[in-house]
Design a protein around this ligand. Structure first.
Ligand SMILES: *Cc1c(COP(=O)(O)O)cnc(C)c1O
Length: 219
């Protein structure tokens, strides 16, 4: 392999400012590789399946200061486990799921940080609120007092060029500002950017990037 995980992490870090949080997306990698990233200073890891994450979390239970992020689409029969197991759920993508989270958070007494997944460019393969859908659901969301919603998450559709990507990312930031102006002052985090486009996302205001392949491919 051409570069170690630590070398790849250093390269990514050199491209971003230190106040952007780097979430290492470990969904396709081994616990051995996660340990290497941990040793290189990473404390935030992203997983997309509750079940896979559970196995890794058990194997890594000795690393007690990891922050686990759920980034994959969440089926309603996995919500309970997700709330129990994750520190962040970045993929809160529909009102029904929000309502279910609200009930379960109360019941389980565990309140992960939540990001609303938004979809500001047409993408048949991804879920998430469009701007108008989210504005329409705001009133219902406001009633869900147990939810600790701290920002927005977005995934770009494939095939955008750099300026189109910048435009969509910027609109996510504008939507967050709009929500703050409507009283949602906790909407501060912008989780956007992956291996292919994180540099553009950071330019457009990302506070958090989610990088998998560029750290772990081949490991
Ligand atoms: C897999 C995944 C990533 C990481 O993508 P890479 O291209 O491997 O960096 C980021 N965000 C989400 C939601 C993902 O599912």
């Amino acid at each position: 392999m051409s570069q170690t995980i630590a070398e790849r992490l250093n390269q990514i870090r050199s491209n971003i400012s230190t106040n952007v949080k780097l979430v290492a997306v470990s969904k396709y990698t081994t616990t051995e590789a996660i340990r290497a990233a941990y040793k290189a200073g990473i404390r935030d890891f992203g997983e997309s399946r509750v079940q896979d994450a559970k196995i890794k979390q058990m194997e890594l239970a000795d690393l007690t200061d990891i922050t686990w992020h759920m980034i994959g689409s969440l089926q309603s029969n996995k919500t309970r486990q997700a709330i129990a197991q994750f520190d962040w759920i970045q993929s809160l993508d529909r009102l029904r799921l929000a309502e279910q989270c609200d009930r379960l958070i109360q019941e389980l007494g565990k309140s992960p940080k939540l990001l609303l997944q938004v979809k500001l460019a047409e993408d048949p393969h991804k879920s998430g609120w469009t701007e108008s859908e989210l504005l329409a659901d705001l009133h219902q969301l406001e009633k869900l007092q147990n939810l600790n919603i701290v920002g927005l998450m977005s995934i770009l559709p494939l095939g955008l060029n750099e300026s189109q990507a910048y435009d969509v990312f910027s609109r996510v930031g504008e939507l967050a500002a709009k929500l703050r102006s409507l009283g949602w002052s906790n909407i501060q985090e912008l989780s956007m950017g992956m291996s292919a486009d994180y540099a553009i996302a950071v330019k457009a205001g990302a506070t958090m990037i989610r990088v998998g392949n560029q750290i772990f491919s081949g490991y």
